[in-house]
Design a protein. Structure first.
Length: 65
């Protein structure tokens, strides 16, 4: 997975952290959890606030179903 794979990352986060309400996740934690996902192989330094916001929004949407 790369930073641009927002839907795949969101689904993986839902599976890995089902007890977490993504609406209240700090970006520092979100960044760490993403880089720790199995299959994530992008440069950790390539993320930015816009990317993290998109992933968080996708995760919120995914966790509602």
């Amino acid at each position: 997975m790369k930073w641009t794979d927002t839907q795949d990352i969101a689904m993986a986060l839902t599976d890995k952290h089902p007890e977490i309400d993504p609406q209240y996740v700090r970006f520092t934690d979100l960044h760490r959890w993403i880089t720790e996902l199995e299959g994530f192989d992008d440069d950790p330094e390539r993320s930015n606030e816009k990317i993290l916001e998109a992933i968080q929004a996708a995760w919120i949407e995914d966790s509602e179903y």
